[in-house]
Ligand binder design. Sequence first.
Ligand SMILES: Nc1c(C(=O)O)ncn1[C@@H]1O[C@H](COP(=O)(O)O)[C@@H](O)[C@H]1O
Length: 164
Amino acid sequence: MKPVVSIVMGSRSDLPTMKATGEVLKEFGLAYEIRIMSAHRTPEAVEEYAKSAKDRGIQVIIAAAGGAAHLAGVIAASTTLPVIGVPIQSKALNGLDSLLSIVQMPGGIPVATVAIGSAGAKNAGILAAQMIALADEAMAQKLVAYKQAMKEKVLADSIVVDFE
Ligand SMILES: Nc1c(C(=O)O)ncn1[C@@H]1O[C@H](COP(=O)(O)O)[C@@H](O)[C@H]1O
């Protein structure tokens, strides 16, 4: 299957966080590719990748980085595909640095920013599925079923007898 979602991350050290994105995309049956590249360390490769992604059939790009997290913004500068930014939880500042450097894009170059860490990585995958579902009724139905299953689980969890 040709990948329709791209997961890009600034370093191999981001992989454990981004596992959550891969798991969600698999659950929705969405083919994805993973690339490690950096706006700082491999700027030419990032630009080339962003420019060619759409023509290769990619529909959504998920870009994760930590610290001075410029990767998502630099990718967004070179494509019209929707870019979702995942702030990695950094050691020094707990990911606040990553969050602010991804979310505060200048007008004209949007990056849809999710929460710091694994919850954000999971939501990035769901958000990508929701974007694709705009033109894919089968995917839209999978999202309805996903929400329903989540609701049923929470309702079942609420039948707690005691803390003991
Ligand atoms: N923020 C960026 C970019 C970028 O924005 O292009 N490239 C790497 N990084 C981040 O640096 C952190 C530390 O990387 P190393 O673990 O390789 O030292 C990672 O979270 C990565 O995403």
